[in-house]
Write a protein that binds this ligand. Structure first.
Ligand code: URP
Ligand code: ZN
Ligand code: ZN
Length: 481
């Protein structure tokens, strides 16, 4: 079989712009992008009427995560395959050590699980507790394993929550190593207190979940993490920004010149909190995730944040629990495993609701689904780019094809779909992962174990040094009157 593929007649879109061009793939990489390319012996894919774009990168997934007494139903093979069906060709998942678990042991565990991946994957590593061994493990991860981002859960008290002392220790260690800090921003103490109060009032169903996690709880934690990062001079990335209050904290910091990045989930943009009032307990429970779905005011703010560049990336937080797993919280919403899916649907949902409504251009779509993530996490230009030499992770996107999202037809390993019945226009026609066709003609062609671990080198120490200097800067003499 030829290892040459010529994609002819499409419109190539990158974060920089779009142009009619052919794309020649040689082996695992893009060899050439240009007009009227000829390549004898190549397999030719007709892309007329379609866009040819970098495959999506989902910077936030949890395949086969052990969490809240169960294990997420999607594994690294089924999850990366479902992603490929929707045009996403790389994921960044999370190693989440249990309290006191050796960080390197957890890392090796996740690396083992991920070997079955069909497309490429990387890891953020969560810091869930602190001592000198954790500090040493962070250094090993950055310098020997090419991990350049650490995760901090500010919620999930009595489980994986990180207190301020651990945050400060980890943030300053990450800074010195040239790594990025990421946070799940919710005040875990407040959530814990509100959960107790709400449950004691007799609210035991899924409607109690959003009541225990109001936007203020997220806004407070976002602001706290941002200010800690400012003082310590470390770049910060907020995962799943879901409300106006958190977005405002990000916006303030960015306008002050702080290096703060933020992600929004496709589902937070298009699904609102009415789901928790669904009369069917199961449907409401399917939507239990943190932070919860929000009211319209927040959705409108998030769209504006994405358009304005205050939110740079889109993700899914793909963390699937089937209906019988959600039932663990039948009598107590606090025990419903938190998480929803969507790794297969992110690209179509964002194209339909973002590009087709005029909120995003095709180039901006590429930026927020792929390129910005590649740049922030130091994967660019290997990923998220249409340049010769880049990995041939490509999606041939049919902007006019429609599909109705449903659990009956999706490829995700979960027995419901939070977008059930949503009709979307804009569909992945063909997906390539490092030059291999993994999705075409509505058929998955993924193979277990063909995905590779993504090495992400640390950032130039200049970043951290400069941030620290700015944070500690004295007022200038001329200002002293
Ligand atoms: O509810 C969620 N988001 N579950 C997955 C873990 C997390 O908080 O990201
Ligand atoms: Zn989270
Ligand atoms: Zn998550």
């Amino acid at each position: 079989m030829s290892d040459m593929i010529l994609i002819k007649g499409g419109t190539v879109v990158s974060a920089e712009g779009e142009a009619k061009a052919d794309v020649l793939v040689l082996g695992e990489q893009i060899a050439e992008v240009g007009e009227d390319i000829e390549a004898e012996g190549a397999r030719v894919i007709d892309a007329s009427g379609a866009y040819v774009m970098p495959g999506g990168i989902d910077p936030h997934t949890h395949m086969e995560l052990p969490f809240m007494g169960t294990v997420a139903s999607e594994d690294f093979f089924t999850g990366t395959s479902a992603a490929a069906a929707g045009g996403t060709t790389s994921i960044i998942d999370f190693v989440i050590p249990g309290p006191q678990q050796d960080i390197l042991e957890a890392y090796r565990q996740w690396r083992g699980w991920a070997e079955k991946s069909a497309t490429d994957y990387g890891f953020h590593v969560a810091i869930t507790w602190w001592d000198d061994s954790v500090k040493a493990a962070m250094k090993t991860l950055v310098q020997e394993e090419d991990v350049n981002s650490f995760k901090h859960f500010m919620a999930y008290k009595n489980a994986i929550m990180c207190d301020d002392e651990t945050l400060v220790n980890s943030f300053s260690t990450a800074r010195d190593l040239g790594a990025l800090c990421t946070v799940h921003a919710e005040n875990g103490e407040l959530v814990f207190r509100l959960q107790q109060e709400i449950f004691e009032k007799g609210i035991t169903g899924p409607e109690g979940h959003p009541l225990s996690r109001p936007p203020q709880v997220e806004g407070e934690a976002a602001n706290r993490a941002i200010r800690i990062a400012e003082v310590l001079g470390v770049p910060l990335y907020l995962v799943h920004t879901s409300c106006r209050q958190a977005l405002e904290a990000v916006t303030r910091a960015r306008l002050e010149g702080q290096r703060v990045f933020a992600e929004v989930l496709a589902q937070h943009l298009v699904i609102n909190d009415s789901v928790y009032r669904d009369p069917d307990w199961n449907v409401a429970a399917h939507h239990v995730m943190s932070p919860p779905f929000r009211g319209h005011e927040h959705q409108a703010a998030l769209w504006r944040g994405l358009q304005a560049g205050m939110l740079q990336t889109t993700a899914t937080d793909h963390c699937c629990f089937c209906t019988d797993q959600k039932a663990a919280g039948k009598d107590d919403f606090r025990a419903i495993p938190n998480g929803t899916g969507g790794v297969e649907d992110r690209m179509s949902v964002l194209w339909h609701h973002g590009v087709r409504t005029g909120k995003l251009t095709p180039s901006e779509f590429v930026a927020v689904t792929s390129t910005n993530t590649a740049k922030i996490f130091n994967l660019h230009p290997q990923k998220g780019s249409m340049q010769p030499g880049a990995d041939a992770d490509l999606v041939i996107w049919d902007p006019e094809a429609s599909r109705t999202i449903s659990k009956e037809t999706h490829h995700q390993n979960v027995d419901y779909n939070i977008y059930e019945g949503m009709e979307v226009t804009g569909v992945a026609a063909t997906t390539l992962s490092r030059g291999r066709v993994v999705w075409e003609d509505g058929q998955l062609k993924t193979e277990r174990g063909t995905g590779k671990y993504l090495k992400r080198a640390p950032f130039a120490p200049y970043w951290a040094a400069q941030q620290r200097k700015n944070a500690l800067a004295e007022p200038t003499a001329v200002d002293r009157g």
